[in-house]
Design a protein. Sequence first.
Length: 334
Amino acid sequence: MNVFELTRRLIEIPSISGNEKAVAEFLADYLSRAGFVVELQEVAENRPNVYARRGEPVVVMATHTDTVPPDVEFREDGDFIYGRGACDAKGIIAAMVKAAERLIEEKVTDIGLLFIVGEEAGSPGARAANDIPNHSRYLINGEPTESKLALGSKGALRARLKVEGRAAHSAYPEMGHSAIDKLLDILADLRQTNLPTDNTLGATTMNIGVIAGGVAANVIPPHAEAELMFRIVTSADAIKRVLETTVNQRASIEYTFACDAVFMESLEGFATAVVSFTTDIPLLTNWGKPLLFGPGSILDAHTANEKIAKLELTQAVITYADMVKFLQLNARPN
């Protein structure tokens, strides 16, 4: 099947985070038939990573198999393929697989593919994949970068703030302590805090994603909490220090996810970009120097109109193959 047919087949296999087994088994069967040695690494029950290789790869192409809900029905026209995962990252998987087949036809040896579960939900697959024995010196990670080579990607820090108050009748507020008022004060202070910037990655940003608390309109709220997501341009520890200093023990802080900002390798002749989203790259340190490249736009990902351009997808097959050949030459000892 060509890259469009393979993209369609992958989109039609549901693989929302936590349910990646069927797509992993499809890829394992497909790649085995193509002559790869395939290893399924069980990350959790029914959640396998797929590592496929021919020889001993020094360059590995990698992306994730999971998608986010809800599912979007597949459709296509002359220019685009639409569907859940079209650009994030089923189309990228298809382009990498077809690039590998192109390399086989060109008699290129030592080819590696790594397809990982859970990138959209805490990256458990990347954590597990980092323990797979390998000799890779370069990792080409696939995410929708509009076919530009990303020079850097922001890291992420997710935190939950919890505030305790004391319940009372709302007619007598002096008898209680409002947890919501306390939380609002903390959030106001955080919104005024100067967060770090970087010349390449830009500004650290904070999103107050969830607020919850209270029991009823006529009760002084005894508890409140908020979930925050920082897109960071420094280390996660640096943002933790800023957060803890600003909160100043007025709330408990639970960190649920953290990864540092990452700077990637560049290649001559490629248009470049900086991306604000987070990838599996920070957790795949044992797979060599990272590069980040992929067809499609992140602005289409996670939407009801997710799509990928057929022209961009076709070109990505050629680009991935060319990148592997160039990096293989670069990886050889002088």
